[in-house]
Design a protein around this ligand. Sequence first.
Ligand SMILES: Cc1cc2nc3c(=O)[nH]c(=O)nc-3n(C[C@H](O)[C@H](O)[C@H](O)COP(=O)(O)OP(=O)(O)OC[C@H]3O[C@@H](n4cnc5c(N)ncnc54)[C@H](O)[C@@H]3O)c2cc1C
Length: 302
Amino acid sequence: MERYDLIIIGTGPAGLSAALTAKARNKNFLLLGSASLSSKVQKAHSIANYLGLPNISGEDMQRTFLNQMAQAGITITEEKATLVYPMGDYFSIQAGTSFYEATAVILAAGMAPSKMLPGEETFLGRGVSYCATCDAALYRGKSAVIVGYTPEEEHEAEFMTEYADKVMYIPTYKEDTAMERAADANNVSSPSTRVPIEVRRVKPLEIKGGMKATTLVTDEGDIDADGFFILRESVSPGQLVPGLEMDGNHVKVDRSMATNVPGLFAAGDITGTPYQYMKSAGEGNVAALSAVSYIDKIKRQA
Ligand SMILES: Cc1cc2nc3c(=O)[nH]c(=O)nc-3n(C[C@H](O)[C@H](O)[C@H](O)COP(=O)(O)OP(=O)(O)OC[C@H]3O[C@@H](n4cnc5c(N)ncnc54)[C@H](O)[C@@H]3O)c2cc1C
């Protein structure tokens, strides 16, 4: 397996800024995240406080960032990291069904806007999963409920239909899902999937069960299924990296953006307030410079 110098997790301002610095320092790195960057960039109506880009819309800022990445020759690997495992002098990173190794890692995954559901942590790995791509095969012929916090998760629901015989999708966002749009247009739901995806507009409240999760409690009653996939834009950092020291909901870092795990750095909203583009981009730059020093030190020792 190829070992990268650095893996950067997240394609918001923090991750992109870290990637630019890693590129300038000639490091062999992988940038994991969404090709459409960050919904927190895309959705901003008007941004007045980003140096050099006054009064820009989120969509224009997204376009500007994408152009800059393309000009720098930086590509995004469209995968979501699901586990970062410290192995001593390197990290093993799982992203869906892919596995990578890297000497250093920068966590720039932003802040998950929603809290965990009661019961979610208790049943994690016992009927609750954060990754449909990783765990869909466990639900062959069974029923699965997918709670999607962003429209990107609709692809995960489609993927799930290749295995599960019954798939329900619960969007927590307002926009119509592709399944609802297809139903409006053709009077059919998700025509291209093996089994139809049932879309329910309910509010998830709690996950219940016994030895394993059996029920999603919602504001409109209980929904029973074999598996429950809770798909947010960000996974909580403590779930992503075993042993990571937190400061409340944020990753604890020092001024060099180093965490308590040697070789692991963090930048952006994930390290704390203020939640701002410029603070995130600045921290991404510092984290990358610190990661470069760490990588060079490890190489000298080898
Ligand atoms: C509507 C809105 C308007 C705003 N307006 C302003 C403003 O005017 N000025 C200002 O300064 N700030 C503003 N903010 C705040 C700003 O958006 C954030 O501070 C900034 O986006 C944080 O950048 P980040 O890179 O830390 O994280 P994010 O922008 O949240 O990016 C994190 C990225 O990581 C990805 N990711 C998460 N988990 C994983 C994983 N496991 N694997 C791979 N990728 C992952 C996510 O998909 C996302 O792309 C606004 C926020 C919102 C929501």
